[in-house]
Design a protein. Structure first.
Length: 295
């Protein structure tokens, strides 16, 4: 969430900077105290947001050559953050404008696609993750305020409505509702007692009767239980990949490679080193290679 908020703050000048890139001394504001030219306007925005904005623009330009993001994907991401952040996100959209917000989300999606293309999941990764699942179950839930509503949910499930759809529509747990009620894997001691007792009695695919806790009434569905590694190996790949993609260093490593391959040369004197690797890092890499060769 924080990353998106920061990106949106920098996005205020996303289009303005590019529009002023060919700045001359044309006047953009006249006052009795003097005029403000495009040159002054451009310099002020560059000083405040230049690095962040130029990075966004270059990432979009370079990554769009290899990866495609559809309007539908952008809208899905937009709706996801709207659900997650609520009023905070709405305020951002009002301040920045929907087009600018979607532009930032598009660049984030391009970065993610680049990372997905490059990041590999090994058998060792899968086995290490599998070992952490011992004694756990994977479950989803629908949380409602009262028993009467919980019984209505059960009736709808019995009538054939999908658990995921009802979670999105009715669950008051906004954190899990957008993902169809999914809570992920958890072990004993991680949930309140009433919830835990009910969940660990269920078999895979089973749905509980309404369970009362201090939070309200839960309808719980166990979606997966731990089975032998060979049976789970394929299903765990997406989970392990998503975990890797959450690491900032993973995305940064991929972006550094993509930018290096693009032979970027910044013409603006103040920002010319923006995409260059710091000398200290280059030296460290060289020294590491030399040490490896010696060994």
């Amino acid at each position: 969430m924080k990353k998106v908020a920061i990106a949106l703050a920098a996005a205020t000048t996303l289009f303005a900077l590019s529009a002023c890139n060919n700045a001359d001394s044309e006047v953009v504001v006249e006052t009795k105290a003097g005029n403000i030219t495009k040159d002054e306007f451009y310099q002020a925005m560059k000083d405040r947001f230049g690095e962040d904005t130029l990075t966004e623009l270059v990432h979009e330009k370079v990554l769009s050559e290899k990866y495609e993001v559809s309007d539908k994907e952008i809208q899905t991401e937009f709706d996801k953050y709207k659900t997650q952040l609520g009023a905070q996100f709405t305020s951002m959209v009002e301040m920045q404008g929907e087009d600018v917000v979607k532009q930032i989300l598009k660049v984030d999606l391009l970065r993610k696609k680049a990372a997905e293309e490059e990041v590999k999941v090994t058998d060792e990764d899968l086995k290490a993750y599998y070992d952490t699942l011992e004694g756990k179950v994977k479950a989803s839930h629908i949380l409602v305020a009262d028993e009467a509503t919980a019984k209505e949910v059960k009736d709808k499930l019995a009538a054939g409505e999908k658990f995921e759809d009802l979670a999105k529509e009715l669950s008051t747990d906004t954190g899990s509702a957008q993902n169809g009620g999914e809570l992920g894997w958890f072990g004993k001691g991680q949930m309140v007692k009433e919830f835990e007792d009910a969940a660990f009695k269920l078999k895979e695919g089973e749905v509980s009767a309404p369970v009362k806790t201090d939070y309200g009434y839960h309808i719980i569905k166990v979606t997966e239980t731990v089975k032998p590694f060979d049976e789970m190996k394929e299903s765990l790949k997406d989970e392990v990949l998503n975990q890797k993609l959450q690491l900032p260093e993973t995305i940064q490593t991929v972006l550094d490679k993509e930018m290096d391959d693009a032979n970027i040369e910044v013409k603006d004197e103040d920002l010319k080193d923006l995409f260059k690797e710091p000398e200290a890092e280059k030296k460290t890499d060289t020294e590491t290679e030399a040490d490896t060769e010696e060994k």
